[in-house]
Structures are given as structure tokens and as C-alpha cells.
Design a protein around this ligand. Structure first.
Ligand code: AVJ
Length: 322
């Protein structure tokens, strides 16, 4: 294939340095936490793909329903020449957008970005093979770090799908949206997927499935610590916990220590003590109200021109102009 290049903004060493910093900060805090990005090594990305097919995990299906229905409208509104996808993962749902933009005759390039080198490379190559006329420019990196260098011909459409925006705490979410706005020119576009507030039982089930795939995904962060920082965490020492925080309207995933224990993390120069029952927060996944999404987009300098949901009103997609 000669229509694909992969650019690495983050080497393995950079990742280890970033993880070391996050571990020093998060695991020495009185309420232990780690950023959700550390789930996604090769295995973590695979487990997430498995999650997307679980009966309890509705967001992927709900968003796909919207994208399949509305992709032609997205293409007509934007006339995008480049589709940039942040946190692309497998880019499976993105094909609806690629197909519509290709039919509209405007699309020349696809720029998928992801922290997981393996997931990104596999997805970029699969898309390049299936869309031989498309220039595919994969970027391995963190979407918070490398926005300044988004390649591609204007007008660009930046897609941030799946509800991943919910992984940011509110202040960082606002900063992130502003930084996306800052790299876009007036008249370029953001397509944003947001999971919606709904009854807690449905939400909790989506993050605590009967087969335990989400539990394994959650514990995978310990495997990443072990591999990158030489830690000795035993995943079997931790229970998977998913709770709905009604005040903040977000799901929290946590790992709960089953006994008093110490995790040695030589690569961060840290010994981390856990009391039995103590929690390590591994992810927040915020859920949204339609009006809040509109005003957060407006605060970042975007004008929302379309708001679509699936038939069951579980998931919302906003198309906004910079
Ligand atoms: C990939 C961030 C959208 O928050 O729903 C799935 C990750 N965590 N199950 C989400 C996830 C637990 C997912 N995002």
C-alpha cells in the first residue's frame, strides 16, 4: 500500500515518561487515581473492541445508528476534504463518514490518531486498503498533546466519537475543546459524540457487564504498570467497581483492593500501599445533557449546527462549525 503513512509523536520512551509522571501524581494522592488513557496498550484496545459488542454496552451501537443515518448530512454540510479522527481506535464507525464524504466527492485524506500504536496501525492499514484513493496519515500520540500539528487540506472535519470527551474532567474538557477550536480555521468542523444522562441501572450495566470484559479491561491498567514500570501488581488482588456519581453525572470505574497490600513500582521509584477496600479511580466517563453540550461547544467558540440522537435517545452527536 502506498497510500498510508504512520507518524509517531510518542515513542515508547515518551509513553513511559508520561506514565511515570501520572503514577507519581495519582498513586501518591490520598484518593488514588490514574488517567483513563493508560488502559490502551494493544491488549486494552482489543478488550475495548470486545466491550463495544457487549449487549450492555449501548454507546457504540447508538452512535453507529446516528452516523449511518446522518453521514450524508455531515458530508453535505461540511464538504470536508480531510477527516481527522481523534482517539480513532479501530475506526469501524468512521467508515460511514468516509463513505459519505467519498460519495460527495470532497474527501482526499484521512488522519486517524490514537495512543495505541498497534490499534492505530492496524486500523490505518485496513482503511488504506479499502479506500485506495484516500491518503491515510496515521498519527500515534495523545490527543491532548499534538493538536497543533494536525495535517490535512482544508476544510477539515475533526471527529471525536464514542463519548471519549467524557473521560476529561470538566475543566480539562473545556480546555480541550478550546484547543481543538484554536487549531481549526473558521469554517472547519467538529463532530462530537456524547453519551447522554439516563437511568443509572442502564449506565452501570454498561460499565459492569455480566461477562466481565469491562472488569478485565479495567484491570489491564495494572498489566500496563507492570510492563512499563516493572511494577508487581497482581490483577487478581483487585475487584472491578463501576459507580454512577449522580452529583457530577459521570460513571467512575475503580479498582478496589481485596486486602492490605503493597504494589512496588520501581520504574517510578514508588511503593504504593493499599488498605483492604481502598479504591483506585481508573476512569471517569461523563454523561451529558443536550443543552450542556451546546453551551460547552459555544463557550469554546463553536456554533452547533446539528444535533442528532439515536431513536432511543441514548447518545448524541453534535456537528459544529469553528
Ligand atoms: C472509549 C472512553 C468512550 O467511557 O465508555 C468502556 C471507555 N470504559 N467501558 C467509555 C470504556 C469502560 C469508553 N470510551
Amino acid at each position: 500500500m502506498n497510500n498510508v503513512i504512520i507518524e509517531r509523536h510518542r515513542s515508547g520512551d515518551d509513553l513511559t515518561t508520561a506514565l511515570r509522571q501520572d503514577v507519581r501524581e495519582g498513586l501518591s494522592a490520598s484518593q488514588k487515581w490514574l488517567p483513563a488513557t493508560w488502559f490502551y496498550d494493544a491488549r486494552g484496545s482489543e478488550l475495548f473492541e470486545e466491550i463495544t459488542a457487549l449487549p450492555e454496552y449501548y454507546p457504540t451501537r447508538a452512535e453507529r445508528e446516528v452516523l449511518l443515518r446522518e453521514a450524508p448530512a455531515v458530508a453535505a454540510a461540511t464538504g470536508a476534504r480531510t477527516l481527522v479522527e481523534l482517539g480513532a481506535g479501530s475506526s469501524e464507525k468512521t467508515r460511514a463518514l468516509l463513505d459519505a464524504l467519498r460519495s460527495a466527492g470532497t474527501l482526499t485524506g484521512f488522519v486517524p490518531q490514537d495512543v495505541s500504536a498497534s490499534a492505530l496501525t492496524e486500523a490505518a492499514e485496513a482503511i488504506a486498503a479499502d479506500y485506495p484513493d484516500l491518503a491515510v496519515h496515521g498519527v500515534v500520540g495523545d490527543f491532548t498533546a499534538n493538536l497543533g500539528e494536525l495535517p490535512g487540506t482544508s476544510p477539515r472535519l475533526v471527529a471525536f466519537l464514542g463519548g471519549t470527551i467524557g473521560n476529561f474532567p470538566p475543566a480539562e474538557r473545556a480546555a480541550f475543546l478550546r484547543s481543538v477550536r484554536a487549531v481549526l480555521k473558521p469554517g472547519e468542523w467538529l463532530l462530537l459524540g456524547t453519551d447522554l444522562v439516563k437511568d443509572p441501572a442502564t449506565l452501570v450495566a454498561a460499565y459492569d457487564d455480566a461477562r466481565g470484559v469491562t472488569a478485565e479491561f479495567n484491570r489491564n491498567v495494572l498489566t500496563v504498570l507492570n510492563a512499563r514500570l516493572g511494577a508487581d501488581a497482581d490483577p487478581a488482588d483487585f475487584d472491578h467497581v463501576a459507580v454512577w456519581d449522580a452529583e457530577h453525572e459521570w460513571i467512575e470505574m475503580r479498582l478496589r483492593a481485596r486486602r492490605d497490600l503493597v504494589v512496588h513500582v520501581p520504574g517510578a521509584g514508588l511503593d504504593v500501599e493499599f488498605r483492604a477496600g481502598e479504591h483506585l479511580r481508573t476512569e471517569v466517563s461523563a454523561k451529558f445533557r443536550p443543552e450542556v453540550v451546546r453551551s460547552e461547544l459555544a463557550d469554546a467558540g463553536f456554533t452547533r449546527e446539528h444535533w442528532w440522537t439515536d431513536e432511543a435517545n441514548r447518545f448524541g452527536v453534535s456537528l459544529s462549525r469553528a
